[in-house]
Design a protein around this ligand. Structure first.
Ligand code: TRP
Length: 382
């Protein structure tokens, strides 16, 4: 059944089989022994890690070797500013914040206004930049430490990045990007070039410090193809290959195989939703419940295919005990979908209220976080 699914940085379709994706992409499952090493260093594990939401990695063992040996890493993640941020986007950012708090990591956060212009999200670069500023508020609202967090727009930092971008671009052939991304002769040449821009921040701290600084990239598994290329070109440039830790994607409220998209406001919880919109999206969501109340009471529901349950598990219920209770009472038919929706709505509205207040406060603090051309030391030999 529904075996076919597509996961690329620009297209996610169908019901994703995450274990098969590990095989397709050639990443490693995030295994218990690694998590225990991480727990020892961090003092704790974020529920994203114990719940198998972050579930795959590349070279996390090396990051831990280095960390344990006294060579800490920095974090790199990013966002293509194409519209409003939904809670699925927040997952790698929240993990980054946790790693900043527990392991002291500096974070470089790339806002790819150029990407969203090239891939036709917007008719002008300015529009994408504008959306990026709004998105930056959502990042800052998560509580990052300004002393350890550098958010930047590609279009602002390009002069500094350009020599490195060229070094990277020179080492990537058209046949590589065709094979990795499925590009054809009708893709515009900016799209073909773009991955060299997403690669550079993986080398940034090493370039700034003039020595090898390990880099860890928390990201949705859909972004992995870019970083396969990054990892291939790194040694030739004298930089360490970045490590990755990948999360599963938050499913759409419209169903496990449906799309989450800014053009469909009820497909996801957007962090800027009004209470009314968010409530409506939840109430209209597809669930894993029975077709009728009688059937549900008799056979129970299926949390594993329920977008509402995934919203609990992936973001809104960090208490393991309560989550387990929700799951058990759904499966045995005691808990009806309406109850789950009401309870989730309450949690979501509380989150939105807090988040939206924080993102407004962040407006005055943008300059504490935004990296501008001229802020980084000039590169000596790029
Ligand atoms: N391409 C990503 C997007 O469309 C944005 C991005 C840039 C990114 N650099 C990244 C995502 C590093 C994760 C990690 O959203």
């Amino acid at each position: 059944m529904a075996e076919e699914f597509v996961v690329t940085p620009w297209d996610v379709k169908g019901e994703i089989d995450y274990n098969r994706l590990i095989e397709r992409f050639g990443t490693r499952p995030l295994e218990e022994n690694l998590l225990e090493r991480l727990r020892t260093q961090a003092g704790d594990l974020h529920p994203f890690l114990t719940r198998d939401i972050f579930y795959s990695h590349r070279d996390l063992d090396w990051i831990l070797d280095e960390y344990e040996g006294g060579n800490p890493f920095y974090l790199y993640t990013g966002r293509g500013p194409s519209g409003e941020v939904h809670v699925g986007h927040l997952m790698p950012w929240v993990l980054s914040k946790w790693m900043q708090d527990t392991l002291g990591a500096t974070l470089y956060f790339q806002l790819t206004d150029d990407e969203k212009f090239l891939f036709r999200g917007f008719d002008t670069l300015g529009e994408s930049h504008h959306v990026g500023v709004e998105n930056a508020l959502d990042i800052i609202a998560l509580g990052f430490d300004p002393a350890k967090t550098k958010i930047f727009f590609d279009s602002d930092l390009i002069r500094w990045m350009y020599p490195l971008v060229l070094q990277v671009a020179r080492r990537i052939t058209f046949s590589t990007v065709k094979a990795v991304f499925g590009f054809t002769a009708s893709n515009n040449i900016g799209e073909i070039f773009y991955t060299s821009i997403q690669t550079v921040p993986a080398f940034m701290e090493s370039a700034v410090q003039g020595r090898s600084v390990p880099c860890l990239i928390p990201c949705g598994i859909d972004q992995d193809p870019h970083f396969r290329i990054t990892r291939d070109v790194a040694p030739g440039l004298g930089y360490p290959k970045p490590a990755l830790i990948h999360n599963k994607l938050m499913p759409s409220l419209k169903g496990m195989g449906a799309k989450m998209s800014a053009s469909d406001p009820s497909s996801a919880i957007f962090v800027t939703d009004t209470a009314e919109t968010a409530r409506r999206s939840i109430m209209n969501a597809v669930t894993g419940g029975g077709a009728t109340v009688e059937e549900h009471r008799r056979n129970g529901g299926k949390p594993e295919v329920c977008p509402i349950f995934h919203h609990y598990a992936y973001f809104f219920e960090m208490d393991d005990e309560h989550l387990q209770e929700v799951e058990n009472t759904c499966r045995n038919g005691d808990r009806l979908c309406g109850e789950c929706k009401e309870e989730l709505a309450e949690k979501v509205l509380a989150f939105l209220e807090k988040h939206q207040a924080r993102r407004e406060e962040a407006r005055d603090r943008l300059d504490d976080f935004l990296l501008k051309d001229g802020d980084l030391p000039e590169l000596e030999s790029a």
